[in-house]
Design a protein. Structure first.
Length: 134
């Protein structure tokens, strides 16, 4: 797509390679954002901040130079991916060890089954699209 838009072919290939690595970090990022919105709705904005602090200020500054030295510019994408996974895992661990949400708001097996029905998914998609884009 980028060469078609007038971008240099070599630069386009480098960007495509970087994006392929970066895409591995999108699922944990989406999960983190969903959990973050859930917790803010529960009036608990701090757990995502706590979970993100160590990886963002401690892990990533170490990973970037090490991985860039080892893998070149793709190491920067890999450092971001590792950080994204670490942030999400730490938030899930935090919620497991210190449940700060209202227990009745956490989904049960029945509510998860109900949520996967097409009508529910369509409603969720319509409601969440604005939040994701904001």
């Amino acid at each position: 797509v980028l060469p078609w838009l007038g971008q240099d072919v070599v630069a386009s290939q480098l960007a495509a390679n970087w994006i392929r690595v970066y895409l591995v970090g999108l699922p944990p990022t989406v999960l983190f954002r969903v959990l973050q919105r859930f917790l803010v709705a529960q009036r608990q904005p701090w757990p995502p901040v706590y979970a993100a602090a160590l990886p963002c200020f401690g892990l990533q500054p170490i990973l970037v130079p090490v991985l860039v030295h080892r893998f070149g510019f793709l190491g920067s994408a890999l450092a971001i991916v590792i950080t994204q996974w670490a942030v999400t895992i730490l938030l899930l661990l935090y919620l497991y060890l210190w449940p700060v949400h209202h227990p009745e708001s956490w989904p049960t097996r029945e509510s998860v089954h109900q949520a996967w029905k097409p009508r529910s998914l369509r409603r969720c998609w319509n409601l969440s699209l604005g939040c994701v884009l904001s």
